[in-house]
Design a protein around this ligand. Structure first.
Ligand code: ACO
Length: 343
């Protein structure tokens, strides 16, 4: 059975920087830099321009990952696309990406399967687990795994929505997962979900349990209202569960592989809130230099945080071949995941 390893990484963030002060001065939100930095660690995020879709951000991220893996798009056997902000309800963003990468054209046209994964902040790790299974089963040699989000299109950028709107940003990260006969790569992964918490962090615009399906606003009035677009969150419940589940997920991969935190060279956690990650690091005795973060500059890009952080860490030299790396994520659902990788 082949092993699966991450052969290439890439990322792309849109050029428009929106600082915490910009939220106040440009959007009129009653907030301030100190409040956001103290509670989340975020100083700025990126917003895509109108008309730029989730798969558009994914194209340069994917091209960078393909280049770093030393392969071309036509070498791919599958695309797995994690997002909670697809360009439309259906078809999935993976289909758009397949076309935009040129896979449908020319004599080498290759109609590889394209799968969208809707597991929010844990979406990248669910996708990585899926790709690894495809490689290990022999069904694929190279799988492109993408996390991409354009949150800015559906944030309540007003004082009413400030506790959610100040957290999120746009961006895309991608990795290529490839087969190898070498003794390295993705050693194991752990995934979990707890459906008791579906209401704690959600966006109900597609509540098709209402029949006939007429979009409802918060008061249950069946007409299209801008407010139904916005994500609802109980931040304190998210915080508490994120800490507990991320610690549990990290311990799962340590126990499965017979390693301790001391054996791990780099911890790449989902970037939801710097305070969550610092709390976990303190609790687990993880030295600061082993914990990478970039939420300060990009905010929470949901499914994209881990692949962006991997690509950035490779490029700035913090992530090197031969390292043992722990990936951990938690998000809406609740859903969570972890993976141990011999890089
Ligand atoms: N600027 C200024 N004031 C604000 C802002 C803001 N951006 N946001 C909220 N406030 C105000 C609220 O209106 C409230 O005012 P009030 O007391 O007059 O009503 C006050 O600050 C406290 O609001 P809370 O929501 O109770 O603030 P809390 O201390 O819980 O912090 C936060 C909110 C930062 C969201 C916190 O709960 C948190 O980090 N939770 C984790 C959630 C998270 O990380 N979610 C990311 C998505 S999920 C994921 O990726 C895992």
């Amino acid at each position: 059975m082949p092993n699966a390893y991450i052969s290439g990484t890439g990322f792309y963030v849109p050029p428009r920087v929106v600082t915490n002060d910009d939220l106040r001065t440009q959007y009129g939100i009653d907030t301030n830099n100190e409040w956001i930095v103290q509670r989340t660690g975020i100083t700025e995020r990126r917003f895509a321009d109108p008309g730029v879709g989730t798969s558009d951000l994914a194209v340069p991220a994917s091209r960078a990952a393909l280049e770093s893996a030393g392969i071309e798009a036509h070498d791919l056997d599958m695309i797995v696309f994690a997002t909670l902000s697809p360009e439309c309800c259906f078809p999935g963003s993976g289909l758009y990406l397949q076309r935009k990468l040129g896979l449908c054209e020319g004599p080498k046209a290759k109609f590889v399967p394209a799968l969208d994964v809707r597991n929010q902040c844990a979406g990248f790790l669910y996708s990585l687990g899926t790709a690894t299974s495809m490689i290990k089963s022999g069904a694929a040699k190279h799988v492109l795994v993408v996390g991409s989000e354009t949150h800015s299109a559906a944030l309540d950028l007003s004082t009413r929505g400030r506790s959610v709107a100040s957290l999120f940003g746009d961006g895309a990260g991608a990795v290529v997962v490839s087969a190898t006969e070498e003794d390295r790569g993705i050693r194991s992964w752990h995934l979990g979900a707890d459906g008791r918490y579906t209401e704690v962090l959600s966006q109900k615009v597609w509540d098709i349990s209402k029949r006939p399906f007429i979009p409802q606003n918060a008061e249950g009035v069946g007409q299209v209202q801008p407010t139904m677009m916005w994500a609802q969150m109980d931040g304190k419940v998210v915080f508490k569960n994120a800490v507990e589940r991320m610690i549990g997920a990290l311990m799962e991969i340590c126990i499965t592989n017979g390693v301790t935190g001391n054996d791990i060279d780099l911890f790449v956690f989902h970037q939801a809130n710097l305070r969550i990650n610092e709390y976990i690091a303190d609790h687990m005795g993880i030295p600061k230099e082993k914990l990478v973060s970039n939420i300060q500059y990009y905010g929470n890009t949901t499914a994209a945080t881990i692949p962006i952080l991997l690509a950035e860490s490779e490029r700035n030299g913090k992530l090197k071949r031969g390292m043992k790396v722990a990936l951990v994520a938690f998000g809406s659902g609740f859903t969570w995941g972890s993976a141990l990788v011999d890089w």
